[in-house]
Design a protein around this ligand. Structure first.
Ligand code: NDP
Length: 488
């Protein structure tokens, strides 16, 4: 595999959780696989005081912790850490960017790295506007060398409403070119999500069935068994719809429903995904009660940093329709919840039942045919169909034909961050959402958030931890093909 251009990576928020748990271990994995650029350095920046060596020792611990199931060679670890540097600074003071720039230039000179810098914003979201603003003020947003470039990765959450997302987009686009801005959605870095594109567009057998003539409904879900844990402060202000549906599950819907692009290129793929988003039917005050539902797990209000009278939803489900020829009237159910029975993310294609039932009780009254794309855990793909149970009579049961990633290789699948970091280093934005899809999905979800705000306690259903959301969840999916959503 070709290595990315030589470059300097600057991580803002380098003393934080995301950097220690995800970014640095992923970068180490890329180093171990010899995929990092030939001439490369990582400069971490945050307010905490560390020398380069102290920061390296911190990161050494994080890598060991995150890769605890694996043997990590000390020599390899030292080799990687020799690429890591640290700069203590407060990102709200413009003058300090001059010193940061000085450190960046010195590092580039020392390592022979050309004028190519990748910025990664792993800070609290408040900084997503401030840091780029100060970079521009200090002329750090443009390369001076014609072969140079600047790129910037922005973490989630990308806004908390349409207005804030648009403001952030406009601000960033005033400082960087659109093709230099990478808004990360780590769900798109997962192997099974990429395989969804291959499954759909490398095989002839699915395409004829992939439409309203054969598909009854689609479910896209992300269930978590854990509660809010330490994230109460953030989560109580956000809720399940903002945290998971507006971004991750909507983007998965885009890949599931898109037309085949003319070529496997970022711009072409994004144009097709964008068309899907533009075709989603908006919610209206009249249809809202039949298209959205929310719940809260019992005990949520006693979690640390959660308001004792919080109405924040920890479970949310929405029914979407994509008003185009392929999908007209096929419901897409997007749902997510915390403290559910198990951790599971998947895309389920529920095919229509046979037009005429020959066998009594065939597949328990549901369609025998479902295609399940397991995103996590136990990544894989399963196709279900009805077969006769051996013995006398014709009892039909649903059986599954499986593909499991772990049967292909013992090597663990790469972390989503590994893939996405490599892509941005190479300037490939295929798996990064485009600005318009983010704005459209906020525009769609804003009225739901407003509706729930106005409802307050009314319409918030409580569910015991360890179940699959509130019992009332099937109100929006009354047909047996799609309800109860979980378990299958
Ligand atoms: P943390 O609170 O753990 O880290 C925030 C980082 O920002 C710290 O390094 C902090 O360092 C730095 N920081 C804060 N204020 C300043 C400042 N004024 N100047 C310079 N540095 C500053 O957050 P996370 O790492 O958990 O999250 C970072 C971002 O990533 C968030 O926006 C979050 O939503 C997003 N994210 C996180 C995920 C995760 O798993 N943690 C998953 C998905 C997204 P210091 O105090 O030393 O300045």
């Amino acid at each position: 595999m070709k290595k990315a251009d030589d470059q300097l990576l600057v991580i803002f928020g380098a003393s934080g959780d995301l950097t220690g748990r995800k970014l640095i271990p992923s970068l180490f994995e890329l180093y171990a696989a010899d995929l990092l650029p030939e001439r490369f350095a990582i400069l971490g920046a945050a307010r905490s005081e560390y020398s380069d060596d102290q920061f390296r020792e911190e990161q050494r611990k994080h890598i060991r912790e995150e890769l605890s199931g694996r043997e990590v060679e000390e020599e390899q670890l030292n080799g990687f850490l020799s690429l890591v540097y640290y700069f203590a600074f407060d990102s709200v003071h413009s003058v300090q960017y001059r010193e940061l720039n000085g450190k960046m230039e010195a590092l580039r000179k020392e390592k022979g790295i050309p004028d190519r810098v990748l910025y990664y914003l792993a800070t609290p979201p408040l900084m997503y506007e401030k840091i780029p603003g100060f970079l521009a003020e200090n002329q750090m947003n443009d390369a001076s060398d014609p072969d140079g470039w600047r790129r910037i990765v922005v973490e989630k959450p990308f806004g908390i409403s349409y207005a804030s997302a648009k403001q952030l987009n406009d601000h960033l686009k005033g400082i960087f070119n659109e093709n230099e801005i990478y808004r990360i959605d780590h769900y798109l870095g997962k192997e099974t999500v990429q395989n969804l594109l291959v499954l759909r567009f490398a095989n002839g057998i699915f395409e004829p069935l992939w439409n309203r003539n054969y598909i009854h409904s689609v479910e896209i879900s992300a269930a978590e068994s854990l509660g809010v844990e330490e994230r109460g402060k953030y989560y109580d202000g956000a809720g399940a719809l903002r945290d998971m549906i507006q971004n991750h599950l909507m983007e998965l819907m885009g890949f599931t429903a898109m037309e085949c692009p003319a070529a496997f290129e970022a711009d072409q793929i994004k144009a097709e995904v964008s068309k899907v988003f533009r075709s989603v039917r908006p919610f209206t005050p009249v249809d809202m009660p039949e298209r959205v539902i929310r719940g809260q797990y019992e005990g949520y209000r006693e979690e640390p940093n959660v308001a004792p009278d919080s109405y924040t939803e920890t479970y949310a489900a929405v029914k979407l329709f994509i008003d185009n020829w392929r999908w007209s009237d096929v419901p897409f159910y997007l749902y997510t919840g915390k403290k559910m029975a198990e951790k599971r993310s998947e895309i389920v294609i529920n095919f229509k039942s046979t037009p005429h039932v020959l066998f009594a009780g065939q597949c328990s009254g549901k369609s025998c045919n479902r295609l399940i794309i397991n995103i996590q855990p136990d990544e894989g793909i399963t196709l279900y169909f009805g077969l006769k149970v051996p013995g006398i009579g014709y009892k039909v049961e649903q059986v599954g034909m499986d593909f499991r990633y772990k049967s292909l290789s013992d090597t663990p699948l790469p972390d989503a961050y590994e893939r996405l970091l490599l892509d941005v280093m190479e300037g490939d934005s295929t798996l990064y959402p485009q600005s318009d899809t983010l704005e459209i999905s906020w525009k769609l979800m804003d009225p739901v958030l407003e509706y729930w705000k106005q409802q307050g306690r009314e319409g918030l259903y409580f569910y015991p931890p360890g179940q699959n959301g509130p019992a009332e969840r099937c109100v929006i999916a009354p047909e047996p093909e799609s309800c109860p959503f979980l378990p299958k």
